[in-house]
Design a protein around this ligand. Structure first.
Ligand code: FES
Length: 176
């Protein structure tokens, strides 16, 4: 997801590679976070929640709050003098390792803790032109209901542009 399409004030849900994820800005760690879009309590989508006043991701259903490591920081209904149920492992959210490169939030599509540090060893593909101010580009995100292979076939077929995108894209005049 391009960072320019994200809003630091609100979580955003996406389906990527068949995974339901939520991306949100963690102001406490100064980083974009990618979580499973599923609250560990009753499975409500965390993307429907909000960022709470302490900068945590808060579930919209019963208000559980999560920190950037997926750890549950607060269960509002739990008595303050009771056991620390918020710290139970089952109260944690799955966290996808993520990073920002070329103005894009990337994530490793596996929440298994064995991959926690994977991005220190494997980087997303680097596109130097995107960091070169002499290049001009535009980024946006669009969900299209078909697979990667179909999209690539379409992008490799420029002859369709004057017709399929007639009147929409600036193109050279049609040959007579
Ligand atoms: S479903 Fe999220 S707090 Fe209950």
């Amino acid at each position: 997801m391009p960072v320019c399409d994200l809003d630091k004030r609100a979580p955003l849900g996406k389906k990527v590679l068949g995974l339901d994820v939520v991306v949100w800005w963690d102001r406490n760690e100064n980083a974009w976070k990618v979580f499973e879009d599923r609250c560990p309590h009753r499975l409500a989508p965390l993307s429907e929640g909000r960022i709470d006043p302490s900068g945590r991701l808060q579930c919209v259903y019963h208000g559980w709050c999560f920190g950037g490591s997926g750890d549950c920081k607060l269960i509002p209904q739990a008595p303050l003098d009771g056991p620390p149920v918020h710290s139970f492992p089952k109260a944690c959210v799955g966290v996808y390792p993520s990073t920002v490169q070329n103005g894009i939030v990337w994530f490793w599509p596996n929440t298994d803790p064995q991959y926690k540090d994977i991005l220190t060893k494997k980087n997303p593909p680097y596109i130097p032109e995107l960091d070169d101010p002499s290049y001009d580009f535009q980024m946006f995100n669009r969900d299209i209901a078909y697979g990667y292979e179909i999209l690539i076939e379409n992008l490799m077929d420029p002859s369709h542009v004057p017709y399929a995108h007639h009147g929409i894209m600036r193109i050279a005049p049609e040959p007579r």
